[in-house]
Design a protein around this ligand. Structure first.
Ligand code: CS2
Ligand code: MG
Length: 408
């Protein structure tokens, strides 16, 4: 048997997704997520113009060899576009292999190491009342962990807080359909640093100590600002402080570690294990944040998480709405099987998305399970997908109050 056809499907049910469809000579179909928020067509083109022809005729069972063929065979290595394209091929081949074996993918990864996958929701609000309302709503749904993001007095629209207002299930979509250039937001770290510790204190006062609280710094602090923040929030026992500083400066986390025991998570913008090498070998992080979709797929992600396990570091796989249900399912199969599982991000997709992607993962009182369908357990309805035309969207650009471009 061999790969007979490779198709790239771009669809936009409320937000843009790129999906790869691989079909074998026996008619078995595998799906892969290739979505890179704000740069979707770059990956679609990399797949359709450069990789598709390389795959036709290859033995679909040779997943490791195909991964190496696409990674080393490109000569130009790493980067978000290349690794998202390779990830989509890899996911599709694992989907096919598990379908041919008649079992859910997690069984091929060593079987279940737990009964369910603890997930965290995104709770946010422009002020504390709205934030409290969102946390209450998620707790009523059974979530035991929430990521907390909130407005900062004096600042306008900022990362992680929906402009459509709070709600337990609202579609916070960071990429804006803003025509031919990104929208812009403003930021001031000093106001943020002065505001946030009091927010966590009020959350602990209102919701007690059991609730797992996560927070995303979203790349915006300098090393010393992040060290101050991590130290200031230590009394509130965060599950993790994410992206405290821009991740590419790996040694910056040495300074945070000197000042605080607040657990650190980083890596959603990384795309290979090499981005983590210092962070993992020096134990500068506690959780690996990559998405399967952005890090070369299941083959690469399993190796990365096994490497991290040696150093006592756990998974915290990225799972926003700009990871498609296919990418989410791939994460859940890994989450269920690996030993060093930490937590899984879960932003429920909107109804339109779920018209296009038929999923079989289930949510029950704060935990997800990938389901026991053969393969990844997600199928794409191509007719439904065709009804949602691609519309260019950009992630915002962030500026400091004086106009300096800053990390968004
Ligand atoms: C965020 C992401 O979920 C998170 O931790 O950092 O939602 C991120 O903003 C988006 O993936 C960007 O497309
Ligand atoms: Mg993040």
């Amino acid at each position: 048997m061999s790969i007979e056809s490779v198709d790239v499907i771009v669809t936009s049910p409320g937000r843009n997704f790129v999906t790869l469809k691989v079909t074998t000579s026996d008619g078995v179909v595998g799906w892969g997520d290739a979505t890179l928020n704000g740069r979707e067509l770059s990956v679609a083109s990399y797949l359709s113009e450069h990789l598709a022809s390389m795959l036709i005729g290859r033995d679909e069972d040779r997943i490791e060899d195909t991964w190496q063929y696409l990674y080393r065979g490109a000569y130009w290595r790493r980067g978000p576009v290349t690794m998202a394209a390779i990830a989509a091929v890899d996911m599709a081949l694992w989907d096919i292999k598990a379908k041919k074996a008649g079992m859910p993918l997690y069984q091929l990864l060593g079987g279940a190491s737990r009964d369910g996958v603890r997930v965290y929701a995104h709770a946010s609000g422009t002020d504390f009342a709205a934030l409290s309302n969102a946390i209450t709503g998620y707790r009523e749904l059974g979530f035991t962990a929430v990521r907390v993001q909130t407005g900062v007095p004096g600042l306008g629209q900022i990362y992680g807080v929906s402009s459509t207002g709070p709600g337990v299930r609202y579609d916070y979509e960071p990429a804006k359909r803003s025509g031919d250039r990104p929208s812009e937001e403003t930021w001031d770290t000093r106001q943020y640093l002065n505001h946030m510790p009091g927010v966590f204190a009020k959350i602990r006062e209102e919701f007690g100590t059991d609730l797992r609280i996560l927070h995303d710094g979203h790349h915006r602090m300098t090393p010393i600002e992040a060290a101050r923040f991590a130290k200031d929030v230590e009394p509130y026992d965060l599950f993790w402080l994410e992206d405290a500083t821009p991740g590419e400066d790996q040694t910056a986390l040495r300074l945070i570690r000197q000042h605080s025991t607040t657990p650190l998570a980083i890596g959603e913008v990384f795309n290979t294990v090499y981005d983590y090498q210092t962070l993992i070998t020096e134990r500068l992080i506690d959780y690996v944040r990559s998405a399967v979709t952005h890090t070369g797929g299941i083959t690469a992600m399993k190796k990365l998480l096994d490497f991290a396990a040696i150093y006592g570091i756990r998974s915290g796989i990225h799972g926003p709405t700009d990871i498609s249900p296919v990418g989410m399912a791939a994460a859940l199969h890994l989450d269920l099987a690996i030993h060093n599982f930490g937590i899984q991000e879960y932003m429920p997709h909107n109804e339109q998305t779920l018209e296009v992607f038929q999923t079989s993962f289930t949510f029950d009182r704060g935990f997800l399970h990938p389901g026991d369908q053969p393969g990844l357990g997600v199928e794409l309805d191509e007719e439904a997908a065709g009804a949602f035309e691609y519309t260019k969207a950009y992630l915002p650009v962030n500026r400091l109050l004086d106009g300096t471009v800053h990390d968004w």
